[in-house]
Design a protein around this ligand. Structure first.
Ligand code: AMP
Length: 267
């Protein structure tokens, strides 16, 4: 595995390949990232993983400061998996890279866009650089961040970029908590609560199938358990719109807090 820190070096290298899978990450790799990497390794001759904690997508400085890092173990994981290239740029390598002007898609003002002002603009700013530096045939993204996935797909479409997005299923722990780098800050008791939230939403979807989505019961549970949440939404993932009924295309999207850590999921 080759570790590359310079954008020009990786750009020049990848001009000569056409079968590339690209897995962008912010590091502190876990089994969720690993599943994306494995899928790319299976489907492409070359896989490149990037690690870049993008300051522009953090709407809170404290959150950026405490974002977990583990470069040595990340390198080890990528090596063991058989990743071909690991791209670890610094801020200037990304943001001094000149690209053409891209259009940004319209983003509906709900969920993450509503509660994390500027977050998706920051995500698109890094994605336009990364996809320009690494014009990969396929880019692997997790359904865990479904709204992000949808926005990046729109961005690629409206700018006629030749990369296609491969959406990968959410990897969870045994209780159902979606793996995330931020889970490092959770205690066992929080993980148990997260497992209850997962079960609650699963049951809810089963009980309300083809019925009206009534947020009240879910809200009451959160209030009773003194858990803070930003939103609970029933979204038709085919249209990526709010839906009144719980259907087979419904996913319940949620952002809530455990131990002051903000967790998002869609079930
Ligand atoms: P991050 O390092 O959090 O920016 O995530 C990098 C990529 O991994 C994104 O496309 C995420 O959606 C994806 N990802 C993060 N957690 C999971 C998970 N538990 N299961 C599947 N994909 C994930």
């Amino acid at each position: 595995m080759k570790i590359i820190k310079k954008s020009k070096e990786i750009h020049d290298l990848f001009k000569s390949f056409n079968n590339i899978g690209f897995v962008p990450t912010m590091g502190y790799l876990h089994k969720g990232h690993v599943s994306l990497i494995k899928q790319s390794l299976k489907e492409n001759k070359n896989t490149i993983v990037s690690i870049f904690v993008n300051p522009k997508q953090f709407n809170n400085k404290k959150d950026l400061k405490k974002y977990p890092k583990s470069q040595n173990s990340d390198i080890k994981i990528c090596k063991q998996l058989g990743v071909n290239y690991l791209f670890i740029p610094n801020y200037n390598e990304i943001y001094k890279w000149k690209t053409k002007k891209y259009k940004y898609p319209k983003i509906v003002n709900f969920m993450e866009h509503q509660f994390r002002k500027g977050h998706f603009k920051g995500v698109l700013m890094v994605i336009e650089k990364l996809l320009n530096i690494i014009p990969a045939k396929k880019i692997y993204l997790g359904e865990k961040d479904y709204q992000q996935l949808t926005i990046i797909k729109d961005f690629i479409k409206i700018n006629k970029i030749k990369s296609s997005v491969v959406a990968c299923k959410t990897v969870r722990d045994r209780g159902g908590l979606a793996l995330s780098s931020r889970n490092k800050f959770l205690k066992t008791i929080n993980k148990n609560t997260a497992a209850r939230v997962y079960k609650l939403i699963k049951e809810y979807k089963k009980n309300y199938k083809n019925k009206r989505f009534e947020i009240n019961n879910l809200m009451k549970w959160f209030e009773k358990n003194k858990l803070k949440f930003d939103y609970i939404e029933n979204i038709n993932i085919k249209k990526f719109k709010r839906e009144g009924k719980v259907t087979k295309n419904s996913r319940i999207f949620i952002a809530y807090y455990l131990n002051n850590i903000r967790l998002i999921d869609n079930i």
